[in-house]
Ligand binder design. Structure first.
Ligand code: GLN
Length: 493
């Protein structure tokens, strides 16, 4: 067997091999770890890997009971999802050394389905970003073009899945962090409905927007992982007591007559190649029997401003807990406390000054500002009102359509350093993804073409709340009719 042969397969392909006893979970893990050892140093998808410990754990953890849908499958975990006993840093110095005392609900559920966790995929610090360049530890490259970003903030996950350094992964999406890296790396990424998947054990960025979801090599794998992690959880008060349909079983269901809405969108910054790939996807859907119609989302142009008010406000309060007392890093206070600050205050100050990176500080400042006295009404409250308008636009659209189609990102993967010093340009690149988080609806990014330079292009499908079944069925029908998802980057050692 060639190194990486097993690592390049999908979950459903491996399921067959594992069930038949053709391969063992140990062989699969070994193949993955060998590939990781060879390629991670240049790709930077994982912050850290401990091969020997993983091999030992596989023996201890994997039950002999083979009934789980994900039995024997390694799943890569973004470094902001808690795994008991593992370091969870959110790619931030302030959490260095923090070991989670418990498993996130999604981890518990993956284990129950028989999966095996591979920590810790790289991300933008606290998931703040769209390029993974805001990680404190390392930059991650795009396997399709190593001088380009993998997207973010789940860039480590997407890069690993695309480069066959992961079978599938769990990322988090607050404003596009699963979908945009999936589109940049030519893989499938799904953000579930808000409340579909428990957030218990996900380090909070913006609690009213965050969702955990799968990044995978195809739609079937996405459906398999979602089936394992979805469903109500009493430990997350925003998790919804809504029944989980059989996502995998329904994939091949008929799509004839489904109504596909194509929204009119702000086109500033939209690349011709992306525009053209979306137009071709529309034609493909017509060919599959979808009824295509134009729809209006009148407030979508306000989504970037709205998101960056709400998300920073929530982030600033969520990050208040990192003060050097309870979690991770604490700065040393050498000089005697000044007359202005007590020693404790000095410790807080230094810990936060040294512990947070530039983007985290920017968001804390922005968020604190929009929540402060006198500005709360002007910014935060107004942002919440516009959020309602955006949600109503989608309600209206879904009264007439089953699924909406739009680009995931205005451009294919941009170059490393191209936007990192220009936060506004970086924020604007989220224009098409953030409205799904503001409205709480599910959305998936699926490969739909390549640019002239050979970079993957992703399209985004959106559905009404809790209609991941329709979303996956639609994505699957398209995937069956195309072979974009089968292309592999030439990336190698
Ligand atoms: N790029 C967006 C941001 O920087 C979204 C990040 C995310 O979804 N975590 O906030």
């Amino acid at each position: 067997m060639v190194v990486g042969e097993l690592a390049s397969k999908t979950i459903h392909e491996l399921r067959v091999l594992l069930d038949a006893g053709t391969i063992s979970p140990q062989e699969l893990l070994d193949d993955l770890l060998t590939r990781l050892a060879q390629l991670n140093p240049s790709l930077g998808a994982y912050i850290e890997i401990a091969p020997e410990r993983l091999r030992r754990q596989l023996g201890e953890r994997l039950s002999a009971d083979r009934r789980g849908l994900l039995w024997g499958i390694p799943i890569t975990i973004k470094d902001n999802i808690c795994i008991a006993g593992e370091e969870t840093t959110c790619a931030s110095r302030i959490l260095r050394g923090f070991r989670s005392p418990y498993d996130a609900t999604v981890i518990e559920r993956l284990r129950r389905a028989g999966a095996f966790m591979i920590p810790r995929a790289n991300l933008d610090e606290f998931a703040f970003g769209s390029s993974t360049e805001n990680s404190t530890w390392l930059i991650t490259r795009n396997p399709w073009a190593p001088d380009r970003v993998p997207g973010g903030s789940s860039g480590g996950c997407a890069s690993a899945v695309a480069g066959d350094l992961a079978i599938a992964a769990l990322g988090s999406d607050t404003g596009g962090s699963i979908r945009q890296p999936a589109s940049f790396c030519g893989v499938v990424g799904l953000k579930p409905t808000y409340g579909r998947v428990s957030r218990y054990g996900l380090v909070a960025f913006a609690s009213s927007l965050d969702q955990i979801g799968p990044i995978a090599k195809d739609v079937t794998d996405c459906a398999m992982v979602l089936s394992a992690i979805a469903g109500h959880d009493a430990r997350d008060s925003t998790s919804a007591p809504v029944e989980v349909p059989d996502y995998v079983g329904q994939l091949g269901g008929s799509v004839k007559g489904l109504r596909l809405g194509v929204p009119e969108l702000p086109r500033e910054g939209l690349s011709d190649e992306v525009d053209c790939a979306i137009a071709q996807a529309v034609t493909a859907f017509e060919g599959l029997g979808f009824e295509v119609e134009p729809v209006q989302l009148p407030n979508i142009g306000k989504s970037v401003a709205t998101y960056y008010i709400i998300a920073t406000a929530e982030a600033s309060s969520n990050l208040a807990r990192y003060d050097g007392v309870q979690y991770g890093f604490r700065a040393a206070v050498h000089r005697p406390p000044s007359t202005v600050h007590s020693e404790l205050m000095e410790m807080y100050l230094r810990t936060r000054t040294e512990g947070f990176g530039a983007e985290a500080k920017r968001r804390i400042l922005l968020g604190t500002y929009v929540l402060s006295h006198g500005y709360y009404e002007a910014y935060y409250l107004k942002g919440m009102k516009v959020r309602t308008l955006i949600k109503r636009d989608f309600d209206e659209a879904f009264s007439r359509c089953d699924v909406l189609l739009m680009p995931t990102s205005p451009t294919p993967a941009f170059r490393l350093r191209e936007k990192v010093d220009d936060p506004l340009q970086m924020y604007l690149s989220d224009i098409y993804t953030i409205s799904a988080n503001l409205a709480g609806i599910p959305a998936v990014s699926v490969p739909c073409g390549f640019s002239g330079e050979g970079l993957p292009i992703g399209m985004q499908l959106l559905a009404a709340p809790f209609r991941e079944d329709v979303l996956l069925r639609t994505a699957y029908a398209y995937e069956q009719a195309t072979d974009w998802h089968k292309q592999k980057p030439a990336f190698s050692v």
